[in-house]
Ligand binder design. Structure first.
Ligand code: SAM
Ligand code: SF4
Ligand code: SF4
Length: 340
């Protein structure tokens, strides 16, 4: 069902369409570029049960967002499958009028146990993160010594359950550029879209440096040399990945080039952290504490007004401005907290 509400626009005329909900800040992995184990160690303090938004609170917010024009919801984390009873939340979200798409981003390790239930609850799509197909590389990246097999099993389970699948691979120089071709070869012809993601300067702990970025151009050139590609048209307005088709008809790949070819002009996304802060940009340093407003008994109409105001005042375009060095020393939220 389409939303029939007047779209709300930010200061640059961008319409609010997508809500990303982080349901937990914990994770079973310690990917070096996201939750390095030196920082997220044994004594790291994660959010407590009380600090997390409850399902009732998440659903109430999602309903308000749907009234404000949101049509798509993506569930993320941390590792979202570590949140207990996630299928129950998805089932409630899928009943909200106006929400026509629910997706999940996951490292897939828990999918064999959960994919079927999630699909039944109304989940349509999963984006599965896999940064290498060769075990020697993957075990080093995820910080837990996990080989690729459990993730591949998760992919298989999602396929069996009838979920649409995309694979996300972050490419970082010195970490896994050796995997660009092996990953392409593995997923080509399997009806699964592999998307390469440029390493981004999210958070404060991943030691980001422009020299560690493998650009969209480098990725495409590498694949094209062995498996010829041609550009494909955008599927919908604001699609973040540039699409390329294999010339032999064996499917397509995507590249998300937030660093070398940013796309802030079409950014329709708002993000809700697991403890109820709203962020209008992935690179924001501050959020709006809606959890406190909910727990203060704010009325539905007030809540809607506040959300509309937050989006209406939005001027974020961090990736477009990255090269201008405007935000050089800014402290940013962590990816594992906001969920990408
Ligand atoms: N744990 C889940 C997973 O890995 O799919 C969901 C949360 S994770 C933070 C969401 C996505 O952000 C993953 O695909 C991950 O690879 C990506 N990501 C994390 N840090 C990143 C960075 N610095 N640059 C680009 N992508 C990043
Ligand atoms: Fe966990 Fe996902 Fe971050 Fe890896 S990328 S540490 S799986 S949240
Ligand atoms: Fe959207 Fe911020 Fe990313 Fe630009 S940098 S695309 S505004 S989230």
């Amino acid at each position: 069902m389409q939303n029939e509400v007047e779209p709300i626009k930010d200061q640059f005329g961008r319409v609010l369409k997508d809500l990303r909900i982080s349901v937990i800040d914990k994770c079973n992995f310690r990917c070096t570029y996201c939750m390095p184990k030196e920082i997220f160690g044994e004594d790291y303090v994660f959010l407590s049960e009380k600090e997390l938004l409850s399902f009732d609170e998440i659903v109430r917010l999602a309903k308000t967002f749907a009234k404000a024009g949101v049509e798509k919801i993506r569930i993320t984390g941390g590792e979202p499958l570590m949140r207990k009873d996630l299928d129950k939340l998805i089932s409630r979200l899928s009943e909200i009028p106006g929400i026509n798409d629910i997706a999940l981003t996951t490292n897939a390790v828990f999918l064999p146990k959960k994919a079927h239930k999630l699909k039944e609850a109304g989940l349509k799509r999963v984006n599965i993160s896999l940064d290498a197909i060769e075990d020697e590389v993957f075990t080093q990246i995820n910080g837990k010594g996990v080989v690729a097999k459990p993730v591949l099993k998760g992919i298989e389970a999602a396929q069996k359950a009838g979920l649409k699948i995309k694979i996300n691979m972050v490419v970082k120089k010195g970490m896994n550029e050796s995997q660009i071709l092996p990953m392409a070869r593995y997923f080509k012809g399997k009806d699964i879209i592999l998307r390469y993601i440029e390493f981004m300067d999210v958070g404060n702990h991943n030691g980001w440096n422009f020299n560690n970025v493998i650009s969209k151009k480098q990725i495409i050139d590498t694949i094209n040399e062995e498996m010829p590609l041609e550009p494909a048209e955008e599927n919908y307005y604001g699609e973040v990945a540039s699409r390329y088709r294999y010339k032999d008809g064996e499917g397509e790949i995507g590249v998300i080039s937030s660093v070398t070819d940013s796309f802030c002009g079409t950014c329709t996304r708002i993000r809700l952290s697991a403890d109820g802060k709203l962020y209008t940009c992935l690179f924001a340093s501050g959020g709006y504490d809606v959890r406190e407003r909910l727990r203060d008994d704010i009325s539905d109409s007030q809540l809607e007004e506040e959300i509309t105001g937050i989006w209406g005042r939005r001027t974020d375009r961090y990736s477009d401005e990255r090269s201008e060095n405007k935000h050089k020393n800014r402290r940013k939220i962590e990816m594992s907290y906001i969920g990408g």
